[in-house]
Design a protein around this ligand. Structure first.
Ligand SMILES: NC(=O)c1ccc[n+]([C@@H]2O[C@H](COP(=O)([O-])OP(=O)(O)OC[C@H]3O[C@@H](n4cnc5c(N)ncnc54)[C@H](O)[C@@H]3O)[C@@H](O)[C@H]2O)c1
Length: 379
């Protein structure tokens, strides 16, 4: 079976869905791997390295996709590339299924079977395939590194002959995978770190990393026991806003990572809170792609507010650490494929009875099959 690896087309995308390491393993499974020319450019992988690992290099997306039974990509390919995917082939990517209404039915209509990796169930067996976790972890690290670079003072307390430089105060909003990595990274750099979240389980995780928990704890947060947070009520948001107003103003850096699956990111840092921050403070908004946790964030931009607060609102944080992000993403996809690949028969079967297969499959044979997107659900 032929497996095609596409070159990503979005302007801010540096990642690639396979690496020489995973190509070697895919070839070892009996697959014929075709990589589109230049696919690894943003991740510092040359065509030559892919060729040496056993892939053929295809000069165009059409040539890459011709005869493919499986297609690997990072983001959902653009409509022009999608049109060249053979009917019945399986496309494995971060499909952005919730990003625009009508997308999932359109994919079904085009006859592409899509495995949307962002919908992977959060169960133990799926951990090594979990693209959201692998990418969020790196994004959380990168957010602190870029925030530290934009902050013109330094993170650790420095006692020098010329006097003492105080440590930076960092506040992390959302203590999921990205937020916990941000806490750990800021601590390693010597900052005083605090963090908030709405899931009660996060409190101990925040403390175990040496940060202080700052958050509203009420009957509503007590019900947040799932792997993903739900949208909070208006009354919770008011209580949280009061606490945030006092906390944000005391901090030098605010790292925003709060997300609610399938929804716009909650707006937690208001314009008034930004106006109360000291000049030179930095906000890094990892939630920018989903609208941002900060009201003043301009998605895709780095801006400075009139009171001198820099807000980094880049959309695609994993791409800003593209070599490592590609390496982990490619391994996630390899593990996923490996779990369903019959080497003897050289076939890939994703049975509807399997929790992981059912969790990711958006469309099959021209129909929408995912429970969250069935026509009656969407209506
Ligand atoms: N296989 C597994 O079991 C598995 C895999 C990955 C993650 N997880 C767990 O799932 C949890 C969430 O992971 P994630 O990073 O993907 O989450 P996420 O990216 O969906 O959200 C980031 C964080 O924002 C928080 N948040 C949402 N609304 C908020 C609000 N209004 N105010 C403050 N915080 C808010 C969420 O609770 C979450 O911790 C973590 O505990 C993680 O360890 C489990």
């Amino acid at each position: 079976m032929r497996l095609a690896v596409l070159k990503e087309r979005r302007a801010d995308e540096t990642r690639v869905a396979a690496t020489p390491e995973t190509v070697r393993k895919l070839v070892g499974l009996g697959l014929e791997v075709a990589v589109e020319a230049g696919a690894g450019q943003g991740a510092a992988i040359s065509d030559e390295e892919f060729r040496a690992a056993g892939a053929s290099i295809a000069e165009s997306p059409e040539a890459c996709l011709a005869g493919a039974g499986i297609v690997f990509a990072v983001q959902l390919p653009e409509p022009e590339q999608r049109a060249a995917i053979p009917r019945g082939a399986l496309l494995v990517c971060i499909a952005g299924a919730h990003s625009e209404p009508g997308l999932v039915p359109a994919l079904a209509e085009a006859g592409i079977d899509v495995a949307a990796m962002e919908l992977l169930p959060r169960i133990t067996r799926a951990q090594s395939m979990d693209v959201l976790s692998s990418q969020a972890n790196l994004a959380g690290y990168r957010a602190v590194i870029e925030g530290a670079a934009a902050f013109e003072r330094g993170f650790p307390m420095m006692m020098t002959a010329a006097g003492t430089v105080p440590p930076a105060r960092v506040f992390v909003i959302g203590a999921g995978v990205a937020g916990l990595q941000a806490i750990a990274t800021a601590r390693r750099l010597g900052a005083i770190v605090s963090a908030t979240d709405v899931r009660p389980a996060s409190k101990d995780e925040i403390k175990s990393l040496g940060a202080t928990f700052v958050g509203v704890e009420d009957a509503e947060t007590a019900t947040q026991t799932g792997a993903y947070a739900r949208e909070m009520s208006e009354s919770f948001r008011q209580k949280q806003a009061e606490l945030m107003a006092a906390t944000v103003a005391k901090n030098d850096l605010v790292i925003c990572t709060a997300l609610v699956m399938g929804r716009r990111a909650p707006v937690i840092v208001s314009d008034a809170m930004v106006a109360d921050m000291k000049p030179g403070s930095v906000i890094v908004d990892l939630a920018a792609e989903a609208g941002g946790n900060c009201a003043a964030t301009v998605p895709g931009e780095s801006i400075v507010t009139p009171n001198g607060v820099r807000i980094l609102g880049y959309r695609n944080w994993p791409s800003r650490i593209g070599v490592a992000a590609s390496s982990l993403y490619a391994r996630n996809l390899l593990t996923f494929l490996n779990g369903f690949w019959d080497k003897a028969a050289q076939t890939l079967t994703l049975p509807e009875t399997d929790e992981i297969a059912r969790g990711v499959m958006l469309t099959r044979s021209g129909a929408v099959v995912h429970s969250q997107f069935l026509p009656q659900q969407a209506a």
